[in-house]
Every structure is written in C-alpha cells, then in structure tokens.
Design a protein around this ligand. Structure first.
Ligand code: GLU
Length: 440
C-alpha cells in the first residue's frame, strides 16, 4: 500500500512552501488509494509549541487535506534510543566533542584550501581514555553516524537519477550534546516503522536523503521512493525564504483566499501542466502527476491566488453562500437575488459586505460638475419606491425624454449618483435591491 507523510515541525505556522510538500504527499496517497500520515517533528522541545501543532491541523483541515493517522516524534523517543543503540553496536555511531567554534575553524581551513568543508572524523581517533577526559571537561559529546564512503544513488521522482559521493558529506550528527534526537534519525525510524513508501520534500533535503538512505539501510529498513521538489521563489525569482513568514496559510485564509484556489495553483505550479481551477478534491487527485514537475525554481506570486479565488466565488451556487449572506444581515427574501446580482462583482467573499452596505444604506453620490444639473433633474423623475425590475428602464426612458441625453452620458451619471461607483452590476438589477430611496 502507498503510504506518505507530511512532517512539519510545530515551530511555526505552515506557509505556501510547506503546503506544496503536504499537497504532493497527500495527492500521491489518495491517487493510489493509500494512507496519508501527519507527523509532527517535535523533538525540539524548546521550539515546538502546542499552538503551532494545533494551527497546522487547523490549516490542513481548512484545505480539506485530511490525514489518516497522526504521529508525534516526542512520543517515540524510546524507539530512537534503541535505534541509536543498534547503530552503536554495529560500529556506525561515534561520539565527538568538538565545540562549535572548533568546527567552524576546521570548516574555514578547508574552504580556504578550496576543499569541501567536510568533518574530518578526528573523533574516530580518540581513545576511550581521551573520550572520558573530554567528557569530564566538556560534558557529553554529539553522536555522529559514520557514513560508508561510497556513492549514494537513487532515482528521484522529480530530479531524475541522483548520485552523491558520501565522502563529500559530513557524518551527520544524530544526537545533540544535550541528548536531543535530531530529525535525521527520528525521521528514518518513523519512515521505516510506518511503512512510508514515498517521500516528497523540498530540494533543500537532497543531502539529508543521501545520508538517510545509508541510515535506513544500516537499520535494515526499505528505502522509500524519494522526490525533491524545487523551492519556491518570489515572482521575480528572488528567494522567498525570508518572506515565507508573510505567506502563512492562515494569513491567506484571513485575506479570503479560497482553499481550492490555493490547492489548484499548488498542484500545478512548477509542472508542465497549466493551472486550472478544480472544483473538487477528486478532480485535483485525478489530474495530479508528479512526473510533470521540473527541477527549476518555481515562481510564486501571491497575487495569482485572487483571480482564481474570484473564479471559484463567481461559480458558487446560492445554497453554498446562504449562511454567509445571512450573517451579513441580508433578509432571506432578497438573499438569493442579492447573491445573483453581487456575485460577479466580488473577488473574496468578504467583498459582499460592501455590496450589501451599498444596497442597504445607499452610497455617497459621485457626481461630476458637468452632470450635476442633469442628475438633479433625473432624480425628480425617479419612479416610485420600492423599485422593481422595470424601474431602471422606466427611469432612464423618462430622463432621456426630459433631457435628450442618451447612451453612456445618460446611464453613467445615474449609476455614479446611485451607487457612488463607476462600475458594478446591471442597474436594472441593482434598483430592486435598494432598501432606501436614493437621495442626493
Ligand atoms: N520536519 C522536516 C521539515 O519540515 C521534515 C522533512 C521531511 O519531509 O523529511 O523539514
């Protein structure tokens, strides 16, 4: 069975970059009738917060990305301890005592010599006595996984065949000096134990994948299929990493972005298939194909979400909107009519409030000097209130006859005087919705 997972760290709210990962994993699971696991990578007890864990769940639920199983790394520390013991027993795990400053110095030296800044494995040469002395002097060391120095290869679902020389990678630290398990080991244990078959994540994880493949093999697990999607950039190709904080899913929700707009864009952005609005999750699942994604950085412009949101909102049937419209105080007798008149004129749902205020309370007239006299004269000829479907036709006919104005010169000043706007729904539909007679 296909099993995928989305594994955010609850150290912040999730953003569009995380969503890409979540969605791809979700769609692969659903497309294959498999399982989608939400895993909270919360081994960092200091930075992980319940508030963020709750927020992540809320965001995924809002999008309809339902998970079949929830796991927390903090519940699995025993398992990570036993995996660490296994690695120790097979001689693939060693304690190292360099301080961050020492490591930094080593790195700089190598870089100055034009060499890759790979950890020199000096700790492997320490005798038991030397280690004991260092432990007394500096406290516990970190634990590093001893990589086999060979090429690590895998067929990447997006990047194609990859081959990384393990000698160009530092032996990864899997346990910190304070005893905290790092993601690199925890994730491997989880992927193996939960039977993860496919892992899609950002291309910033490519080196992790190489080292994790060796750890999985050391622990006797089977290696999932890996795919690394490109990272998102801003619309001009600029790095998005610093701005991702402003692209949190909850902020987009707050701005009125529709879930399907976000999902439809994210399921296609960076692939060679065009973006099209899907109305159901099934459609999205049907059309998803990971092999259509490319390795080039993917440009993301938050503004693209608004036309898609508008398209979704315009197509909404009234029953979908009834509760929201009623919450604006629109009386039920006119609610459907209001929706049909306003729908084409909104981007986000919240725009309806402004239209209802206009219909309910009227607007401040917008009158150009040259139209003032005409508008005053036309207002005298306004049909009886409340208006009906024929009011606009009758009113403009009367104004035309009295003033000789026609076409745009006749309609536009009246639209502006009644709605305070230059654009909007058909005036013959606007008038019957007005709850008060327009005044100058
Ligand atoms: N917690 C890791 C992250 O958010 C998970 C990476 C992975 O998918 O393995 O980067």
């Amino acid at each position: 069975m296909t099993v995928t997972r989305f594994a955010p760290s609850p150290t912040g709210y999730i953003h569009v970059g995380n969503l890409r990962t979540a969605l791809m994993n979700y769609l692969i699971a659903r497309k294959n009738g498999g399982q989608f696991i939400l895993r909270l990578d919360d081994t960092d007890g200091e930075r992980s917060k319940q508030e963020y864990a709750d927020g992540i769940k809320e965001d995924l639920e809002w999008l309809g990305l339902h998970w079949d199983r929830l796991e927390k790394q903090s519940d699995r520390l025993d398992r990570y301890h036993s995996a660490a013991d296994e690695l120790r027993e097979m001689g693939r795990f060693y304690e190292a005592f360099e301080t961050p400053t020492e490591l930094d110095l080593k790195r700089k030296k190598l870089l100055n010599m034009g060499k890759p800044p790979v950890y020199d494995r000096a700790a492997l040469k320490l005798s038991e006595d030397e280690k004991a002395a260092l432990r007394t002097e500096r406290g516990d060391g970190v634990w590093r996984f001893k990589l086999k120095q060979e090429r690590i290869e895998w067929p990447d679902g997006i990047l194609g065949d990859l081959s990384i020389d393990a000698a160009s990678v530092s032996d990864p630290v899997l346990i910190r000096a304070d005893g905290q398990f790092l993601y690199t080991l925890a994730s491997v244990c989880d992927d193996v134990d939960f039977g993860i078959t496919h892992v899609v994540r950002g291309s910033d994880h490519v080196t992790n994948t190489a080292t994790q493949i060796q750890i999985i093999e050391a622990l006797g697990g089977s290696v999932p299929s890996f795919a690394h999607h490109s990272l998102l950039t801003g619309p001009k190709g600029e790095a998005l990493s610093k701005r991702l904080g402003t692209l949190a899913l909850r902020d987009l929700r707050e701005q009125g972005v529709e879930p399907m707009a976000l999902l439809s864009l994210m399921a296609r952005l960076g692939s060679n298939q065009p973006v099209e609005v899907c109305s159901t999750m099934d459609e999205l699942i049907e059309g998803f194909d990971i092999s259509t994604f490319g390795s080039a950085p993917t440009k993301f412009d938050v503004q693209d979400l608004f036309p898609l949101t508008a398209q979704i909102n315009h197509a909404r049937p009234f029953p979908d909107m009834a509760d929201f419209i009623s919450s604006l105080g629109v009386p039920s007798e006119v609610a459907e009519q209001f929706w049909n008149v306003a729908r084409e004129n909104i981007t986000v749902k919240a725009d309806l409030a402004k239209w209802w205020t206009l219909f309910n309370e009227g607007a401040t007239p917008l009158i150009a000097d040259e139209d003032a006299e005409f508008v005053a004269q036309a207002f005298e000829l306004m049909p009886e209130f409340p208006f009906d479907d024929t009011s606009w036709k009758n009113w403009t006919a009367a104004a035309k006859e009295a003033t000789g104005r026609k076409g745009k010169g006749l309609f536009m000043p009246l639209r502006k005087a009644v709605t305070g706007l230059e654009r909007g729904p058909d005036m013959s539909a606007v008038l019957p919705l007005l709850q008060k007679k327009p005044q100058l």
